[in-house]
Design a protein around this ligand. Structure first.
Ligand SMILES: Cc1ncc(COP(=O)(O)O)c(C=O)c1O
Length: 440
């Protein structure tokens, strides 16, 4: 149980006298006894501090107005929406479902940005009727449909255009979104972005408030983000020259990385490095083109919530197979498909007792019927016995939001930890939940 591993856990994490993990003032062993496993814990203090880190960085680095808009896709439920509403920050949603949860959690509609590359008419109407702050248009046909739907409601909807800035990023193929062949956004390269902006400026049902891009996720280098911002501002300058319009808002999306292992932590630049580089690029380019400073919008998902989350599993068995040994736990692919999807790496801590100094190399695997149902490959842990608890840090983003009912798994309970209080904010699914939609 090393200090480096503990550093990946929420700020409030510590080890008590019995060698067990404590988060948010709550013993993980007791919390797991109370709510069962697999269990997801969120530490309120770490969530708050992540927002403060962005606020401080923006106020130090960007001289204009700025907004943080949390990307709901990382983790959304009524409790996280309520937290967003209390923090007074914006929220980025990508579906009618996310919009409904956000509103249910009390996020004011005008703080919500509706993204997505294939919004249905029903979703556009839902967003218009709810009064969302911005709808982010992804393709020419969507602009036309949105304009008609807004006019039919006597509305003029504020929009951004999602621009594809044609920027390569050093991240997994599945999380690259700013290259020319990405399915997202209006191409800068072939002139579509400019043509759609000119079209939007002529329409009565929409008001072009800004430009947006999002080039990828788990980015550790701020340079491609700075280049993307510059390209958007070059487009803005061309539009200003042609029409006099200037963007009131510029969103460079999210994408900043978090460390999932101690090795990754060692060379991950802090959020301030990213915010400083993007801010500098925006300020310089605006000065060069004599554009007014837009409101800078950052849309962090992972880097706001990942480290606040801990997944807790119970070991069911330890089983040698060929030249490896498996530690089977009661969750896996169904609550966290990230290893299977992207080969994501994780670490884990024995959470219920002090482990022996001796170490055993294991693959931590789940109970699901896929060979790929492995959470962690080749990790050294103290010898485990059935009933032990394993805590996986940095589990707050893109796990529960990607969770499925594969093998009719019951999605885990979620507990919010703060000041020694453990509050169940989402109950574990039940067998009744699995049958609820079946009509015959
Ligand atoms: C439009 C948009 N904004 C923000 C994000 C958040 O990215 P991350 O969680 O990497 O910060 C995403 C993620 O896919 C996105 O698509």
């Amino acid at each position: 149980m090393t200090a480096e591993t503990l550093a990946l856990f929420p700020d409030s994490a510590r080890i008590d006298d019995t060698g067990s993990l404590v988060v948010g003032g709550c013993g993980v062993r007791r919390t797991a006894d109370q709510f069962g496993t697999p269990l997801y814990l969120y530490d309120g203090e770490t969530l708050d501090r992540a927002v403060e880190a962005y606020r401080t960085a923006l106020s130090r680095c960007y001289p204009g107005a700025a907004q943080i808009a949390y990307a709901a896709k990382a983790w959304l439920c009524s409790a996280s929406a309520r937290w967003i509403a209390a923090k007074g920050i914006g929220l980025d949603v990508v579906s009618g479902g996310e919009l409904a949860i956000a509103l249910h959690g009390g996020v004011p509609a005008d703080h919500i940005h509706f993204h997505g590359n294939n919004k249905s008419d029903r979703e556009l109407a839902q967003a218009l009727d709810a009064g969302v702050g911005r709808i982010v248009v992804d393709h020419p046909d969507e602009l036309e449909r949105l304009d008609e739907l807004a006019i039919a409601r006597g509305r003029r909807q504020a929009i951004w255009l999602r621009v594809n800035p044609d920027v390569d990023t050093d991240t997994h193929h599945h999380t690259q979104t700013g290259h020319a062949a990405s399915k997202f956004g209006l191409s800068l390269r072939d002139g579509t972005a400019e043509a759609v902006a000119l079209d939007a400026l002529r329409r009565a049902g929409v008001e072009l408030a800004g430009l947006h891009c999002h080039i990828g996720s788990q980015l550790r280098d701020a340079e491609p983000l700075a280049v993307a911002a510059q390209r958007l501002l070059d487009l803005a300058a061309r539009l200003r020259d042609a029409t006099g319009w200037q963007p009131a808002e510029l969103s460079t999306g999210g994408g900043w990385a978090v460390a999932y292992t101690a090795e990754q932590l060692a060379d991950l630049p802090p959020v301030e490095t990213y915010v400083a580089r993007v801010s500098e690029a925006v300020v310089q380019r605006c000065r060069q083109h004599e554009l007014a400073l837009p409101r800078l919008v950052l849309e962090p998902g992972r880097s706001l919530v990942a480290r606040a989350g801990v997944a807790v599993y119970t070991v069911g068995a330890v089983k040698p197979a060929g030249d490896v040994t498996y530690a089977f736990v009661d969750g896996g692919l169904a609550d966290n498909p990230r290893h299977a999807l992207y080969g994501a790496t994780y670490t884990a801590l024995l959470a219920n007792r002090r482990g022996d100094a001796a170490r055993q190399r294991v693959h931590v695997a789940g109970p699901y019927c896929e060979t790929g149902d492995v959470l962690i490959e080749d990790i050294e842990l103290p010898p485990l016995v059935p009933g032990d608890l394993l805590a996986v840090p940095v589990s707050g983003a893109y796990q529960l939001s990607m969770a499925s009912n594969y093998n009719a798994a019951l999605r885990p309970a979620v507990v919010w930890l703060e000041d020694g209080q453990a509050t169940l904010v989402q109950r574990r699914e039940t067998l009744d939940d699995l049958l609820r939609r079946d009509l015959v």
